[in-house]
Design a protein around this ligand. Structure first.
Ligand code: HDE
Length: 708
C-alpha cells in the first residue's frame, strides 16, 4: 500500500516539519553556531563565562525537555490514519464524519494503564484505545479501551483506583503490574469491579499485538439526528486481523527480550505497508428501551450482549502513517472525551460525566497551559475562532482590537451560529426533573451476573488462563485477609473458579462476601445485597477470543526459520512462498550474523541470530533441511526455541531430515499433536498454515506440559 499517504490533517502537520538536511546549526534565535563542542572560557584552562549564550541556550532548553507523563496511560504508541464511513446512519446521527462516503483523518494512541512511560508493553493490563477524529466539524475523541467495561461506576472512585494499582507509595513497587496488595485490597472491597477484573485476568490483558485487539467506547453515548432525536449508542472497534493473545509466561519473557514488542510491531508493520484496519461498529438502543434490560445501560461495569443488540458496522479505520516525531505527536496529543461534535452527546453514566472534567484539566497541567489545542497534533482542521487569548505558549496571532462578545467593532465576529440562522453544537434537550443526591441507583447493584456471563462464555483453555491469572496475582499479595476476601468475591461469580484459585492459594473460598466488602457496598446500596434481575443470556459468543484451526488469518504473523550454514535454500524458499501467499513473514535466524551459506551454493545476508532473538517473539517455527541440521544438533539455543515454542502451544514444522532434531528436545517424549508438522507425514506447508490460523494448539497446554 502507498507509503505515507496524505490528507488535510497530515498536510497541516507537514507545515510544521523541520528538515535539517543541508542546514547550518543555529541557536534558537537562528544565529549560526561556529563551535558546538567547547564552552566559552577565560583562557584554555580557565572558568566558563556567563556570556556564553550559545551554551546557555542549549543547556536551558535541555533542562526543560521532559513534561509530566500522563498520570495513567503513560506508556503509549500512536499512528495516523483515516476513517471511512460506509453506512447511511443519518436516521440516528447528524455527525458529518459518519455520513456515508466521508473520509476523516485521525490519530490513534494505544497505551497500557498502570506502568510508567518507560515500562514494558507486555504488562497484564487494560490497553487504551484513543482515537482523535479530525472532522470538518471539529475534533471528536473516542477515548476507549480494549475491554468494554470499567472497574468502577462513579468518577469519585477513580483517583483511589489509580492509587491502588500504581506502584505502592512507600517503595514504588511493582512497576506496571496489578499483582500487589494495594490493588487487590481495593478491588476486593469494591464488588462492582468484579466484572472488569474478570476481563483483566483473561487473555485480553496480554494482546499478541496492538493490531489484534478490539476497542470499545465503554460508556453508552447518544447519537442525535437532525430532528434532535436521541438513540443510545455503544461503540466497538473490530480488528480485521482478529483478536489474539500471548501466553502469560511468554508475556513475562517478552518483557525481558523486547519491552517495546507492541510498539515495534505497530511501527514496523505500518512502515512495511501492512496497514492495520478495524471496522467501527455500533449497538443502537432506542431511547424508549433505556430501562428494558436486566442491567442499567448507564452502568459502565456492564456490556450490552451482542445477542440482545447486534453490532452494526458503519465504517473502517486504517492506520497508514507512523508519526514523524514521538514527542511532538504521540506524547503531545491531548485526548478529551468531554468534547463533542454535533450528532453525538453524553449519556448520564456517572463515570463518563466525571471524565468530562478530568481530561481537559489534566492536559492544561501536562502540556503547560491552555494553548495545547494549537499544537499541530491537536489542532482542528476547520480552524478555531474565539475570543480566548494569551496564556503560555500562545501560537495563534489574533488580528484586530476585538477579543470579546458581543461586539460591534468586529462586525460581531466571530459570530454565534444561532445569530445567523446556522447550527452549531447543541446539547440534547433531555428532560431532567430530580432531587440532588449523592448516591447510586439500585439498578447499579448487581455486580456478579455479567462477571459470570463472561466466565461462562470462555473456552476451557481461556477459563484455565483466568484461573492461573487470579492465582498468580493473588499469590503475590502478602495479606491473607485480602486473598480470602477476593476468593469470596470469586465464589459469588463461579464456584469452580473460586475452588480452583483457592486450591492454588491453599485457601477455602468463603461462602459469603467478606463483612468489609458488604459494609462498603452498603455505603452505595443500604439494602445490599440486592436480588439481581434474571439475565437475558447466560453465554455470549462474542466474549471469547478462541479461533478454531483453519479459521483465522496468518497475515503479518512472524515465522522463525531456524537455520545454520549449509541449510537448503530450496527447502527455505518452498515454505517461504506458501507463507507469503497467506501474508505471513519468514524471518531467518542463524548461528551468526553476516551471511548464511546454502547447501546448493551461494549465500545471503542474515540479520538475526540465536543470541539476539527469542522464540517468544515469533508465532511459529520451521526447521528446513540441509547440512544445517547437524550444526543445530550442537546449538542449545535452537532447542530452547523449539522447546519454548512447543510449551507456548505454537505450530512447529520440520522439513524432511530435520525431524531428527526432535530427539534432542522435550518433544521427543510427547504424544504427537496436530501442531507438530513433519514433512514425512504431513502436507507440510498447508498443515502448518492451518494450525497457525487457529493461533495456538491449546490442548497441548495442560496435557503435554514441558519445562522451559
Ligand atoms: Fe481515562 N484518563 N479516566 N479512562 N483514559 C486519562 O487523561 C479518567 C476512563 C482512557 O492516549 C487521563 O490525558 C477519569 C475510562 C484512555 O492519551 C486522565 C476516569 C476509560 C486514556 C483520565 C477515567 C478511560 C485515558 C490521563 C473516571 C475507557 C489515554 C492522561 C471518571 C473508556 C489517553 C490524560 C491517551 C487517560 C481520567 C476512566 C480511557 C487523568 C477521571 C472509563 C484510553 O485525564
Amino acid at each position: 500500500m502507498k507509503k505515507n499517504p496524505s490528507n488535510n490533517k497530515t498536510k497541516q502537520i507537514d507545515n510544521h516539519l523541520i528538515d535539517n538536511s543541508d542546514k547550518l546549526l543555529t541557536t534558537n534565535d537562528g544565529v549560526a553556531i561556529h563551535d558546538n563542542n567547547n564552552t566559552l572560557k577565560a583562557g584554555e584552562r580557565g572558568p566558563s563565562l556567563l556570556e556564553d549564550f550559545v551554551m546557555l541556550d542549549k543547556m536551558a532548553h535541555f533542562d526543560r525537555e521532559r513534561i509530566p507523563e500522563r498520570v495513567v496511560h503513560a506508556r503509549g504508541s500512536g499512528a495516523h490514519g483515516i476513517f471511512e464511513a460506509t453506512e447511511d446512519i443519518s436516521q440516528y446521527t447528524k455527525a458529518g464524519f459518519l455520513k456515508k462516503g466521508t473520509i476523516t483523518p485521525l490519530f490513534l494512541r494505544f497505551s497500557t494503564v498502570a506502568g510508567f512511560k518507560g515500562s514494558t508493553d507486555l504488562a497484564r493490563d487494560v490497553r487504551g484505545f484513543s482515537v482523535k477524529f479530525y472532522t470538518e466539524e471539529g475534533n471528536y475523541d473516542l477515548v476507549g479501551n480494549n475491554i468494554p467495561v470499567f472497574f468502577i461506576q462513579d468518577a469519585m472512585n477513580f483517583p483511589d483506583l489509580v492509587h491502588a494499582v500504581k506502584p505502592e507509595p512507600n517503595n514504588e513497587m511493582p512497576q506496571a503490574a496489578s499483582a500487589h496488595d494495594t490493588f487487590w485490597d481495593f478491588i476486593s472491597l469494591m464488588p462492582e469491579a468484579a466484572h472488569m477484573v474478570m476481563w483483566t485476568m483473561s487473555d485480553r490483558a496480554i494482546p499478541r499485538s496492538l493490531r489484534m485487539m478490539e476497542g470499545f467506547g465503554v460508556h453508552t453515548f447518544k447519537f442525535i439526528n437532525e430532528e434532535g432525536k436521541a438513540t443510545f449508542v455503544k461503540f466497538h472497534w473490530k480488528p480485521k486481523l482478529g483478536v489474539h493473545q500471548v501466553a502469560w509466561q511468554e508475556a513475562q519473557k517478552i518483557s525481558g527480550y523486547d519491552a517495546d514488542f507492541h510498539r515495534r510491531d505497530l511501527w514496523e508493520n505500518i512502515d512495511k505497508g501492512n496497514f492495520p484496519q478495524w471496522d467501527l461498529g455500533v449497538q443502537l438502543i432506542p431511547e424508549e428501551d433505556e430501562l428494558k434490560f436486566s442491567f442499567d445501560i448507564l452502568d459502565p461495569t456492564k456490556i450490552v450482549p451482542e445477542e440482545l443488540i447486534p453490532v452494526k458496522i458503519i465504517g473502517t479505520m486504517t492506520l497508514n502513517r507512523n508519526p514523524e516525531n514521538f514527542f511532538a505527536e504521540t506524547e503531545q496529543i491531548a485526548f478529551d472525551p468531554g468534547r463533542l461534535v454535533p450528532g453525538i452527546d453524553f449519556s448520564n453514566d456517572p463515570l463518563l460525566q466525571g471524565r468530562v472534567f478530568s481530561y481537559a484539566d489534566t492536559q492544561n497541567y501536562r502540556l503547560g497551559g491552555p494553548n495545547f489545542h494549537e499544537l499541530p497534533i491537536n489542532k482542528s482542521v476547520n480552524g478555531k475562532h474565539n475570543n480566548q487569548k494569551d496564556g503560555f505558549g500562545r501560537m495563534d496571532i489574533l488580528k484586530g482590537n476585538v477579543s470579546y462578545f458581543p461586539n460591534s467593532l468586529g462586525n460581531g465576529c466571530p459570530y454565534h451560529a444561532m445569530l445567523r440562522g446556522e447550527k452549531g453544537f447543541e446539547s440534547h434537550s433531555e428532560k431532567i426533573d430530580a432531587k440532588k443526591i449523592r448516591g447510586r441507583s439500585t439498578s447499579f447493584a448487581d455486580h456478579f451476573t455479567q462477571a459470570r456471563l463472561f466466565f461462562n462464555s470462555q473456552t476451557e483453555a481461556e477459563q484455565n488462563h483466568i484461573i492461573s491469572a487470579y492465582s498468580f496475582e493473588l499469590s503475590k499479595v502478602k495479606s491473607e485477609d485480602v486473598r480470602r476476601r477476593e476468593l469470596a468475591i470469586l465464589n459469588q461469580i463461579d464456584k469452580k473458579l473460586a475452588q480452583k484459585v483457592g486450591a492454588n492459594l491453599g485457601l477455602t473460598p468463603p461462602a459469603q462476601l467478606d463483612s468489609l466488602t458488604i459494609q462498603f457496598a452498603k455505603n452505595n446500596h443500604p439494602e445490599y445485597p440486592i436480588q439481581p434481575n434474571k439475565p437475558e443470556v447466560e453465554q455470549s459468543a462474542a466474549l471469547s477470543m478462541a479461533v478454531k484451526s483453519g479459521e483465522g488469518t496468518i497475515e503479518t504473523r512472524k515465522v522463525a526459520f531456524l537455520v545454520a550454514d549449509g541449510v537448503s535454500k530450496v527447502s527455505i524458499d518452498k515454505m517461504k512462498l506458501e507463507l507469503e501467499k497467506e501474508g505471513a513473514e519468514a524471518v531467518l535466524i542463524s548461528t551468526h550474523m553476516g551471511r548464511v551459506k546454502f547447501k546448493e551454493g551461494g549465500e545471503e545476508p542474515i540479520q538475526f541470530t540465536y543470541l539476539t532473538e527469542a522464540s517468544v517473539c515469533y508465532d511459529a517455527f520451521y526447521t528446513p533441511e540441509g547440512e544445517s541440521v547437524a550444526k543445530l544438533q550442537q546449538e542449545p539455543d535452537y532447542f530452547q526455541f523449539i522447546n519454548e515454542g512447543y510449551r507456548h502451544c505454537k505450530a512447529l514444522a520440520f522439513a524432511k531430515g530435520a525431524e531428527q532434531l526432535i530427539a534432542g528436545s522435550y518433544l521427543k517424549d510427547k504424544e504427537k499433536d496436530a501442531g507438530v508438522i513433519l514433512e514425512s507425514e504431513n502436507n507440510l506447508a498447508s498443515d502448518f498454515i492451518m494450525v497457525m490460523k487457529g493461533h495456538r494448539v491449546w490442548e497441548r497446554e495442560e496435557s503435554r506440559k514441558i519445562p522451559v
